[in-house]
Design a protein around this ligand. Structure first.
Ligand SMILES: *[C@@H]1O[C@H](CO)[C@@H](O)[C@H](O)[C@H]1NC(C)=O
Ligand SMILES: *[C@@H]1O[C@H](CO)[C@@H](O)[C@H](O)[C@H]1NC(C)=O
Ligand SMILES: *[C@@H]1O[C@H](CO)[C@@H](O)[C@H](O)[C@H]1NC(C)=O
Ligand SMILES: *[C@@H]1O[C@H](CO)[C@@H](O)[C@H](O)[C@H]1NC(C)=O
Ligand SMILES: *[C@@H]1O[C@H](CO)[C@@H](O)[C@H](O)[C@H]1NC(C)=O
Ligand SMILES: *[C@@H]1O[C@H](CO)[C@@H](O)[C@H](O)[C@H]1NC(C)=O
Ligand SMILES: *[C@@H]1O[C@H](CO)[C@@H](O)[C@H](O)[C@H]1NC(C)=O
Ligand SMILES: *[C@@H]1O[C@H](CO)[C@@H](O)[C@H](O)[C@H]1NC(C)=O
Length: 583
C-alpha cells in the first residue's frame, strides 16, 4: 500500500501543484473579470476596480484623516468628510445647520439617575387665555393655547436646566381633530408649549416626555462614539466559493485587518467599504444586508434612563388637561396676523388632513379618481420603507407587476397599461438596513434621479431619514446635498416635474431600540432635511412628522397607519392634479 503511494507521490505532488495553480489563476481571472450589466433603465453601475483594494500599510486608513477632524469627531468610523466637495456656501450652510440643531445638555457629565427628569413627578399647567394686551379673554378658533411644563427629578425637586425632549399635541377624539404644538425650552426646567386652536369644541392637551435631558446626553454620546452600532455585511460568491465580510461607511484598518474593497460611488463620492474576502475579488459582491445591532451600549448608570417608565411617558396635568374652544370671532382667520404665533403645516378635522399653507387638498377616495389623476404619469418612489408605504397603498389602484423581488426590499413595479400609469419603488443606497438588497439594486438616490427624464408627467417621491440615525449628522447633510443637487438638475432639465420630499416622523419604540432609532435622532435629521429643502423651488415638503404626531386616534408608528398614509397620498395627488381655478 505505502509503497504504491510513494511510487505515485511525485505524480500526486504535480497534480496538487497544478490544482493550486489553476485555483489561483481562476481567482485572478475572476477578480479581473469585470462584468458590466447593460440596462437602459438604470444609470451605469459604479465600476469596481481591482486597484481599489486599499493598501492598509499605507496611510489611507480612517485613523489618519481623523487626525484632521475636530476632536469631537475623532473617534468616529464613518467618513463624514468625503463625498462631492461642498461649495463655500454649502460648507457655510453645514455649519449653520449644525448650529441649528445644537441641543442643550446637563451642565455636568455625571448626573445621578435620581436627579434626572422623572415624568411621574413632572406636570403641566394650562395657562389662562389672554389677549394681545394681556387682558383675560376666551379660547377661540384662530387663537392659541399656552401651557407651561414643569420638569422635576426622581426626588421630586424642580429641574434647574433644560434639554428634555418633549412632544406636544392638542386633539379631540370625538371630532377626529388634532394638531401639533411647539415646545420652547426655557433652559431652567420649565418649557413653554404653544398649541394652535383650529376647531371649535372640545380639545385635550397631551405632553409626552420622549427622553430626559440626561437620556438625550446618552444618545448624543452614542452617536459620537458608536456610529457603527448597526452592523452591515455583504455576501461574496463565485462558483462554489462564498464568503461574508463586514461592511460600513468606514472601517478600521491596520495591522491584523483585512484589506478593504472600496465601493465608493464614483458619481457622488459616497463612501462604502467591505473587508475584502480572503479568496474572492471585490467585484464578486452579491448583496448588502443589515447583520445586527451592537449590544451593551450603556453604562450601568445610564440604563435606568432607557426603561419603559422613563422614555415616551405622558406628563400629567396639574388641574385640567382639556379646554373648550369657541368659534372664531368675525374676521378672525385660522392662521391670524400675529407673526410670532406658531402655525403648523396643517391639522386633522373629521379624520382628514387640512393644510394651512400650500395647495388646497382634494380627497381621492375612490379608485376612479386616483386612476384619473395618475393617468399617463410616471411615479418614481425612492428611499426607505416609509416611502414604500405609498407604493403599497397605490397598488390597491394600480396592479403590481411581480419582479419576484424580495418582500419589503424591492425593486417594485406597478403598471396600468390601459391608463398608461407606471409606479416604481427603489430603496436608497447604503446604509440602508434592509435584509437583503441584491448588488444590482444598490444605488444612490442622486444617481437614480440623474437617470430620469422628468417632466410634467413625472412624480418623484423621496424619503431618506431613518437609516441615518446612528451616523453623525454630517453624513446625512452630505447625502442630502447630493440628492438636492440631483433634484436641482432634474428640475432644471425638466421643469414641471413634481418632487415630493417626505419628512421624518416620530414613533413609539421599545426602550432598547430607541438607542438606534430614537425620535431625538429623527428630529435632528428632520430639522436638517426641512432646512435643506425648504427653499428649493418646485419641491413639496410633505410633513409626515406632524401628520403622524397630530392624528387623534392612530398611534405614532415608524410606518404610520393607513388612515395617515391615505391623507399623505391625497396631498401628493392634490399637487399632481390641482383643483382647477375657477374663471
Ligand atoms: C482604478 O482605480 C485607480 C485608483 O483609483 C485609477 O487610477 C484607475 O484609473 C482605475 N482604473 C479603472 C479601469 O477605472
Ligand atoms: C503598501 O504601502 C506601503 C507603505 O506606503 C508600501 O511600502 C508597500 O509597498 C505597499 N504595498 C503594496 C502591495 O502596494
Ligand atoms: C503614517 O502616519 C503616521 C502618523 O501620522 C506616521 O508617523 C507614519 O510615518 C505614516 N506612515 C507612512 C508609511 O506614511
Ligand atoms: C456613567 O458612567 C460613565 C463611566 O463611569 C461616565 O462616563 C458617564 O458620564 C456616566 N453617565 C451619567 C449619566 O452619569
Ligand atoms: C441619589 O443617588 C445618589 C447616587 O446614586 C446617592 O448617593 C444618593 O443617596 C441618592 N439620593 C437619595 C435621596 O436617594
Ligand atoms: C383685550 O381685552 C380687553 C378687555 O376685553 C379689551 O379692552 C382690549 O381692547 C383687548 N385688546 C386687544 C389687543 O384685543
Ligand atoms: C424660567 O425662565 C423664564 C424665562 O426665561 C422665567 O420667566 C421663569 O420665571 C423661569 N422659571 C423658573 C422656575 O426659574
Ligand atoms: C433591553 O436590553 C437589556 C440589556 O441588554 C435587557 O436586559 C432587556 O431585557 C431589554 N429589554 C427589552 C424590552 O428587550
Amino acid at each position: 500500500m505505502g509503497g504504491t503511494l510513494s511510487r505515485y507521490s511525485p505524480f500526486f505532488f504535480f497534480l496538487m501543484i497544478a490544482a493550486v495553480f489553476l485555483i489561483l489563476h481562476n481567482i485572478h481571472f475572476l477578480e479581473r473579470f469585470n462584468s458590466e450589466p447593460v440596462s437602459c433603465l438604470r444609470p451605469p453601475q459604479p465600476r469596481i476596480n481591482n486597484s481599489s483594494v486599499i493598501n492598509t500599510s499605507a496611510n489611507l486608513t480612517s485613523r489618519t484623516y481623523l487626525h484632521t477632524l475636530p476632536p469631537e469627531l475623532q473617534s468616529q468610523k464613518s467618513c463624514p468628510h468625503v463625498g462631492q466637495q461642498p461649495t463655500p456656501e454649502e460648507a457655510q450652510e453645514q455649519r449653520t445647520l449644525l448650529d441649528s440643531i445644537a441641543w442643550p445638555g446637563p451642565p455636568r457629565l455625571e448626573v445621578p439617575v435620581n436627579q434626572s427628569s422623572d415624568p411621574a413627578h413632572s406636570y403641566f399647567v394650562i395657562q389662562p387665555p389672554v389677549n394681545a394686551s394681556g387682558q383675560a379673554t376666551t379660547w377661540r378658533v384662530g387663537g392659541k393655547l399656552e401651557v407651561l411644563v414643569h420638569m422635576h427629578d426622581f426626588l421630586s425637586r424642580p429641574k434647574s436646566y433644560g434639554g428634555d425632549f418633549l412632544l406636544a399635541r392638542i386633539r379631540s377624539v370625538q371630532l377626529g381633530a388634532g394638531a401639533s404644538g411647539r415646545v420652547v425650552d426655557r433652559q431652567n426646567g420649565t418649557y413653554e408649549v404653544e398649541l394652535p386652536l383650529l376647531w371649535a369644541g372640545a380639545a385635550q392637551v397631551e405632553i409626552t416626555l420622549v427622553h430626559s435631558s440626561e437620556g438625550v446626553g446618552v444618545l448624543r454620546r452614542l452617536r459620537k462614539e458608536q456610529s457603527d452600532r448597526v452592523y452591515f455585511k455583504s455576501l461574496f460568491r463565485s462558483g462554489g466559493l462564498s464568503e461574508t465580510t463586514q461592511c460600513d461607511m468606514c472601517l478600521p484598518t491596520g495591522p491584523g485587518k483585512a484589506p478593504l474593497c472600496d465601493y465608493t460611488d464614483p458619481q457622488t463620492g459616497e463612501p462604502w467599504y467591505c473587508y475584502k474576502p480572503k479568496r474572492l475579488g471585490c467585484n464578486r459582491r452579491v448583496n448588502h444586508f443589515k447583520s445586527g445591532y451592537k449590544k451593551n451600549l450603556l453604562y450601568p448608570n445610564e440604563s435606568l434612563l432607557f426603561t419603559s417608565s422613563t422614555i415616551q411617558i405622558p406628563v400629567k396635568a396639574q388641574g385640567m388637561d382639556h379646554i373648550t374652544i369657541l368659534p372664531a370671532e368675525n374676521g378672525q382667520s385660522l392662521v391670524g396676523q400675529d407673526q410670532s404665533k406658531f402655525v403648523p403645516s396643517g391639522y386633522y378635522h373629521q379624520g382628514s388632513w387640512r393644510t394651512l399653507s400650500g395647495v388646497p387638498i382634494k380627497h381621492f377616495n375612490n379608485p376612479a379618481a386616483v386612476k384619473q389623476c395618475l393617468k399617463g404619469k410616471l411615479f418614481y418612489l425612492f428611499g426607505d420603507s416609509t416611502v414604500r408605504q405609498w407604493f403599497e397603498y397605490l397598488t390597491a389602484f394600480v396592479p403590481e407587476f411581480s419582479l419576484r423581488s424580495q418582500k419589503n426590499v424591492g425593486p417594485f413595479l406597478a403598471v396600468d397599461s390601459a391608463n398608461n400609469i407606471l409606479l416604481t419603488f427603489h430603496s436608497h443606497g447604503p446604509p440602508i438596513r434592509f435584509n437583503t438588497l441584491q448588488s444590482s439594486e444598490i444605488e444612490y438616490v442622486a444617481n437614480r434621479i440623474d437617470a430620469l427624464r422628468g417632466g410634467r408627467d413625472t412624480i418623484v417621491a423621496l424619503s431618506l431619514w431613518s437609516h441615518f440615525s446612528t451616523f453623525p449628522v454630517e453624513v446625512y447633510i452630505r447625502r442630502l446635498r447630493h440628492v438636492r443637487r440631483a433634484v436641482a438638475r432634474l428640475l432644471d432639465r425638466a421643469p414641471g416635474t413634481l418632487v415630493v420630499v417626505r419628512t421624518a416622523n416620530p414613533q413609539i419604540t421599545d426602550p432598547n431600540y430607541s438607542l438606534y432609532n430614537s425620535d431625538w435622532y429623527s428630529l435632528q435629521l428632520d430639522t436638517v432635511l426641512r432646512a435643506m429643502f425648504r427653499d428649493v423651488r418646485g419641491v413639496v415638503l410633505l410633513d409626515a412628522w406632524d401628520m403622524t404626531l397630530a392624528h387623534p386616534t392612530q398611534p405614532r408608528l415608524l410606518h404610520p397607519a393607513k388612515e395617515i398614509i391615505s391623507n399623505m397620498v391625497d396631498i401628493i395627488l392634490s399637487h399632481a392634479c390641482p383643483v382647477k381655478q375657477k374663471g
